[in-house]
Design a protein around this ligand. Structure first.
Ligand code: MLT
Length: 310
């Protein structure tokens, strides 16, 4: 019998072709808990993206499980200590979608600055309203990057090309490294006070959840525009909606939500919010890279071979 690989979310066709060669690939909807737990009973590997929760219950439901493969960057939906305690290897593809994620943040920033989504929706509804959608230039503005890791750096490099002044908050980055990138490191409070645009680029951890809440949003430069294409929960959605309602925040680009899938949020009431359904990694290129990287790791792991970093 061929080992069973449960694919719980959409995976690039090239990756599925690879897995199909050696394994009995079974597709399930990872957000359907009952379906997932039932499928895991026979699984030697499970492949997920960000929507499937692999917690202790899921790991215990899978007595033969040897590898959890996350086709993407973060591991916040995997209980890594529980997996390790059960002898289950956890692999991901940490660089597969960093360019796509950075590009999504840039796309949202520009869309927020120029009202692209609402102007398009209005025009398609038959309204030609140029003055209503006057935007702002990005050139000459201060852009605050919260988190100067791999994606934050790619975002900063792209924003530099727009002629912006870049500042960043990241307690783990040395000022010399930031300076080499043309970025000045500041405290979070200073970043909030000085930025015309803020974009967050952090993993979701107990330390980062709620990092930008009501207190922080009270400190922002009036008229700031805020982007989150990183992880839901880093910015408190209700506090951001309140700041938008008060006009302190002029607009927001939001790709990720505290609870996903998300079809209702206080943010959706605001025309100045550009909202997308967690599409940061959803490009052909990123999905090919992530899918092929984890397919390779699953094959190596289930063949008992050394699994190098993806
Ligand atoms: C990631 O963490 O790499 C992405 O959020 C994955 C995804 O799009 O599901």
């Amino acid at each position: 019998m061929r080992p069973v690989v449960v694919v719980a979310e959409e995976l690039a066709p090239a990756a599925l072709t690879q897995l199909d060669q050696d394994f009995d690939v079974r597709h399930v909807d990872g957000t359907d808990r009952r379906e997932l737990l039932a499928a895991l009973r026979d699984a030697q590997a499970v492949v997920i993206r960000s929507a499937t929760r692999i917690d202790e219950e899921a790991i215990e439901a899978a007595p033969g499980l040897r590898v959890v493969a996350r086709a993407g960057v973060g591991l916040d939906n995997v209980d890594v200590p529980a997996a390790t305690a059960h002898g289950v290897m956890v692999v991901n593809a940490p660089t597969s979608n960093i360019v796509s994620a950075a590009e999504q943040a840039v796309a949202l920033l520009l869309a927020v600055a120029r009202h692209t989504a609402s102007a398009s929706a209005a025009l398609k509804a038959g309204e030609w309203r140029r003055s209503r959608y006057t935007g702002v230039e990005v050139s000459g503005k201060t852009v605050g990057v919260v988190g100067l890791g791999r994606i934050g750096v790619l975002f900063a490099q792209r924003m530099a090309a727009f002629g912006t002044r870049l500042i960043a908050y990241d307690p783990y980055v040395q000022p010399a490294r930031a300076a080499a990138l043309g970025v000045r490191l500041v405290s979070l409070d200073d970043l909030l006070a000085e930025s015309d645009f803020i974009s967050v680029h952090l993993p979701r951890t107990p330390e980062t959840v709620g990092l930008i809440g009501a207190r922080e949003l009270a400190l922002v430069k009036p008229g700031v525009r805020i982007i989150n294409a990183a992880r839901g929960g880093l910015i408190d959605e209700q506090a951001l909606a309140d700041a938008l309602a008060e006009g302190r925040v002029a607009g927001a680009g939001v790709d990720v939500y505290a609870k996903e899938p998300c079809t209702s949020s206080p943010l959706f009431a605001h025309e100045s919010v550009v909202a997308t359904p967690h599409l940061g990694a959803s490009t052909v290129e990123a999905q090919d890279k992530a899918g092929l990287a984890v397919a390779r790791s699953v094959r190596l792991a289930l063949h008992g071979e050394f699994v190098p970093d993806a």
